[in-house]
Design a binder for this molecule. Structure first.
Ligand code: DGL
Length: 270
């Protein structure tokens, strides 16, 4: 595997760009290839089998295009499919993302934390394992809420819509009333909602996500395997979408090349 091959990342849609940003900020000389499977978003309402199948197709695409590591830039795909992917594609390291309930639990003073994530993430075994462990060891109460509809609005370019504000108020205000002092954003789309979320929450509530931790972990693994780029100039960046190019463009810095790919739901090789 060549050091100059790209870091591959995928998400159900545009949310993975929040992770891509952290990765590129930390490793500006790396080449990257990011796949937004927007034609099939949201993943959060799909079955574990369906999410695994889509994640498999995305992984194959990135590997076929030379990815030296795969960052599953999606909590939903990580919790549903990362064990399957690691077992199937042993030739490449995988980095996953999970809601940051550990740091939130360790730092919470009120011992009540809120988690906003997709239905599938909150129903997953991985999430149950970490949240049960935190509830036991740190004696925290974890208040979960499915962010139903949020990803759809982001994917259709309605981040700043009245509907978004209405949904966020509906999901967040009951958590505030319960006394949370940390809100965990458990979906990679949600950091784009930070301005609205901050406007709804009282200022003492900390909002955290796992983006920076994922970027650091990616760098560590590349370093351990001697896979970091040797280049010292800015990397090349390509974003691919199975959905609408104009939507993804709205999230992209100028230096990113954007291309449309076909939605490849059906083709999974064994
Ligand atoms: N961005 C995703 C996550 O981190 C998934 C959103 C969805 O497709 O439902 O969970």
């Amino acid at each position: 595997m060549k050091n100059e091959n790209p870091i591959g990342l995928f998400d159900s849609g545009v949310g993975g760009t929040t992770i891509w940003r952290e990765v590129v900020t930390l490793m500006p000389c790396e080449n990257t290839l990011f796949l937004a499977d927007s034609a099939n978003a949201p993943y959060g309402e799909k079955s574990k089998e369906e999410i695994t199948r889509l994640s498999d197709v995305n992984t194959q695409y990135l590997l076929d295009h030379g990815a030296k590591i795969i960052v599953v830039a999606c909590n939903t795909a990580t919790t549903a499919a990362i064990s399957y992917l690691r077992a199937k594609y042993k030739q490449v390291p995988f980095i996953g993302i999970e809601p940051a309930i550990k740091p939130a639990s360790l730092n919470s003073k009120s011992k009540k934390i809120g988690v906003l994530a997709t239905r599938s993430t909150l129903a997953s075994d991985l999430f149950a394992k970490t949240s049960n462990q935190m509830a036991e060891e740190e004696e925290v109460q974890i208040i979960e809420r499915v962010g139903e509809g949020l990803v759809d609005l982001i994917e259709s370019g309605q981040i700043n819509s009245p509907k978004m504000t209405e949904l966020l108020r509906q999901y967040l205000l009951p958590m505030v009333a319960e006394g949370i002092d940390y809100l965990v954003l458990g979906c990679t789309h949600y950091p784009y909602l930070l301005p609205q979320i901050k406007a709804i929450l009282p200022p003492h509530i900390e909002v955290i996500d796992s983006g920076y931790a994922v970027a650091k972990q990616t760098r560590n693994v590349l370093q351990q395997r001697d896979l970091l780029t040797k280049h010292t100039s800015q990397g090349r960046h390509t974003w691919l979408t199975s959905g609408k190019v104009e939507i993804l463009k709205g999230f992209a810095p100028d230096f990113v090349e954007i291309r449309k790919i076909e939605s490849r739901r059906a083709e999974v090789r064994n």
